[in-house]
Design a protein around this ligand. Structure first.
Ligand code: NAI
Ligand code: PYR
Length: 319
């Protein structure tokens, strides 16, 4: 892999709600030197580039242009946010056939340009499509990363922070599994400050109940449906999550984030991409972090993996 010594370059493929919000986050946070936008809708891309460039004087110098697949040759990261999004009532897994079909041609075009960097995937169903990119690209698994449950984990921490009236940075916990209806909350490892959540609740919110916590998880799991019902798409939070992942990679931060990665025996699972905590650095996935799960959580994770494997079957021959 080329570790670029020159300017850092990110290419975004698919600049709809998610892709354009991500581009905006990158510029606002001064994360990359160069930003290339690619979309089937060339006119919209040109408009986005003009608009973003007019914001650059308020931020840090970033070169932004509407590009082609040739621009992937020099890219450190290619981010795929292209494809259909959920319509009200649709699940993420309902998108599999539509989006898998366009991914083959996108990945072939990127690899055809001698791309030698990392892929980040956000298009849904993200776990299945991350697996697809790993297969289609032939790149080592550490260089193909799905956004996984990064967003679900952020929602979880945010909603708990509201419940306990605390700074979200003091809420530590993970959502794991499918980025979808079978995601699971890892209550056994959730901490407020350094206290286990149950102990913190007993001491500081004695009126709180397990039912309150269960309701919070349901709201986390169903957040996308609630937002899509109201405004048709979700995009700001995932854009910020992708920006965080990009920063972690380009700055070699070695952060633990719940991303979708290939499991090869971790958690007793094999040959699928699914959301787990992993250390992310310039290399991509350094390692999966195997945290201790309760028996119930283990069961939930296995169920989530099984649902994903069933969903993958029409597209990939997995066991
Ligand atoms: N992983 C996550 O946490 C999240 C994932 N998503 C997913 O992100 C995806 C994108 O969502 P939105 O931006 O809301 O959709 P959108 O419809 O606004 O944008 C999709 C863009 O992809 C472009 N596109 C389609 N096929 C293409 C191709 N072959 N080459 C280049 N561009 C192509 C379209 O022209 C469009 O601009 C959806 O699958 C959605 O479900 C959305 C939010 C969170
Ligand atoms: C759309 C989606 O995947 C989300 O907001 O979680």
């Amino acid at each position: 892999m080329t570790i670029s010594k020159g300017p850092s370059r990110v290419v975004v493929i698919g600049t709809g709600y998610v892709g354009s919000s991500y581009a905006f986050s990158l510029i606002n946070q001064n994360i990359t030197d160069e930003l290339v936008l690619i979309d089937l809708n060339k006119e919209k891309t040109e408009g986005d580039v003009m608009d973003l460039n007019h914001g650059v004087p308020f931020g840090a110098p970033t070169k932004v242009w509407a590009g082609t697949y040739e621009d992937c040759k020099e890219a450190d990261i290619v981010v795929i946010t292209a494809g259909a999004n959920q319509q009200p009532g649709e699940t993420r897994l309902d998108l599999i056939e539509k989006n898998a079909a366009i991914f083959k041609s996108i990945v072939d075009s990127v690899m055809g340009a001698s791309f030698d960097g990392l892929f980040l995937i956000a298009t849904n169903p993200v776990d299945v499509l991350s697996y697809a990119v790993w297969k289609y690209s032939g790149l080592p698994m550490e260089r193909v990363i799905g956004s996984g449950t990064i967003l679900d984990t952020a929602r979880f921490r945010f909603m708990l922070s509201e419940y306990f009236e605390l700074d979200v940075r003091n809420v530590h916990g993970y959502i794991m599994g499918e980025h979808g209806d079978t995601a699971l909350p890892v209550w056994s490892q959730t901490r407020i400050g350094s206290e286990h959540i149950d102990r913190y609740m007993t001491k500081y919110k004695p009126e709180g109940t397990q039912q309150d916590l269960d309701n919070i998880f349901v709201n986390v799991r169903d957040a996308a449906y609630h937002i899509i019902e109201r405004k048709g798409a979700t995009h700001y939070a995932i854009a910020m999550g992708l920006a965080r992942l990009t920063k972690t990679i380009l700055r070699n931060e070695h952060s633990i984030l719940t991303v979708s990665t290939l499991l090869q025996g971790e958690y007793g699972l094999h040959d699928l991409y699914i959301g787990v905590p992993a250390v992310v650095s310039r290399k991509g996935i350094e390692r999966v972090v195997e945290i201790d799960l309760s028996e119930t959580e283990e069961k939930q994770l296995r169920h989530s993996a099984e649902v994903l494997k069933q969903a993958m079957k029409p597209v990939f021959n997995v066991q």
